[in-house]
Design a protein. Sequence first.
Lengths: 271, 320
Amino acid sequence: MTDAGMTDAAMTEPGKGAALSCAGLSREFGAVRAVDGVDLTLPAGARHALIGPNGAGKSTIFRLLAGGLRPGAGRIWLDGADITRSSEARRARLGIGQTFQHSSLFLSMSAGDNIALAARRRLGRPWWPLPTSGRAERERADQLLAEVGLAGRAAAPVALLSHGERRQLELAVALASRPRVLLLDEPAAGLSPAESARLAALVGELPADVALLFVEHDLDLVFRLATRVTVMHLGRVLVSGTPAEVRGSAEVQAAYLGTGAREDLFTGGAT
Amino acid sequence: MIGRPGSAATTAAVAAAVAAAVVLALAAAPLVLAPYAVTVLTRILVFALLAMSLDLLVGITGLPSLGHGAYFGAGAYAAGWVTLHASPSGPVALLVALTAGGLVAAAAGCVAVRARGIFFLMLTLAIGEIVQQLAESWHEVTGGSNGLYGIPAARVGGAALVGDQAVHWWVLAVAATAAAGLWLLASSPFGHALRGIRDNEARMRALGYRVYGYKLAAFVVAGAVAGLAGGLLSAQQRLVTPAELGLGTSIPALLAVTIGGAGTLWGACVGAAVVVLVRDHLGASLGGHGSLLLGAVFVAVVYLLPGGAARALSMPRRRG
């Protein structure tokens, strides 16, 4: 029924209808194969979680997909077009948005200016050399800040925001460029239960055609949000399927959840 | 939301009013100051424009350059040569200086802005030294180590710029206009993008910005404005030597930006005044130990006022 039924052969084609897909994606660091022959297919509207213990290669996959890192082998397609050799900036212009595992904001600026910088690239003329009213960017920033739960904080300097507020702002910055594919690397890391719940609600409100791929250690959140879960182990895909299939997988239980790694999975979650 | 554009406009209006008052005071200065003091003030203005152009790179874009003297010198030589051999017009000389600074910066920037941090610093240093070598060896055009001398007074609006007052007003008019241009640029979406690159280049890339293009554009604009400052130097000194291109210019300019507080533009002007006064005037009364004194001032500023004069004046420092 779903893309769970796709064969490996189908995935080596630039997946029809897929927003983002990759095949045979690999990357080595010295002797370590951080990512080893990974196939992923995200149809438009996907809510796809990537889980696995630290060192499984999740963040490396993100960097390969977003273009911050070049793969040693494999190919990546965005809406059927091969973007394997495209720069990170070009992929962003084509519609890939991302947030990072560690906060990546413009620390000397206000929350509103962080979003304006992202929004303006999308709204047009980010290179304009004379002052502008900036009204469109400001309106967009206010709207996004309200959406992520930071209403009225546009003038707040980022340096004075709490960790949780910064994670919310990260998401607003990523959404400001209206991505068609959104890559979120541990969006709930360090969030309080209330902030985590707000994040879940926000992801639920994403436009239906946005494909979401996220790495998350909080399994409750993963099983609440994801319609598809891929479990990574040592750079490879261990299991990929619906949340129920992954939960019920003896392979995952034995190789991963049963080894004491479950506690590790919760380190980023609520206490 | 409603309060923000209003308060931003108020801040801009206050800044514009202060800037206008400073320009008026500088314009009135020749009427009350002794001729020598006017000359010093004019030199500070030229150096302040150079420092502001460097601040666009260092403070706003986050590219610390050690070769900014090359573009200043290119402008000075170009303006001097044009005034000597082609046209006595002051505006023409400045236009040529601006273009020369921008072209040399474009050539250097293609290579330099691909590098980051210490590599960028070393590349700009190396390019600066190459340009200085060129100035010393290309006798036919630059006059070699003697430089260009006997440059006639530039003509502006039909009158020759003779006398300290006329030169001062010409330099002030041009420097103030260029400073306003830099300020507008820094306040624009383009300037915002440059600050984004300074804060977090990787994030800018991830947002889809062509970082290389922005950095190169900033490098060329900074070079062009430095060239314009060089053109003003040529109009004031009527003598251009290879010393204007080298580290003797690049380092004091970087000191001025650091002392004044990088990233504010006006801080660079304060820093430029400190550098010229300490090195050339206080230093002269200490038996020519100006550079030593300047070094001491620099060390003191780095320890006592991190962020420079601008930061110290505009926000309280936090201790970690």
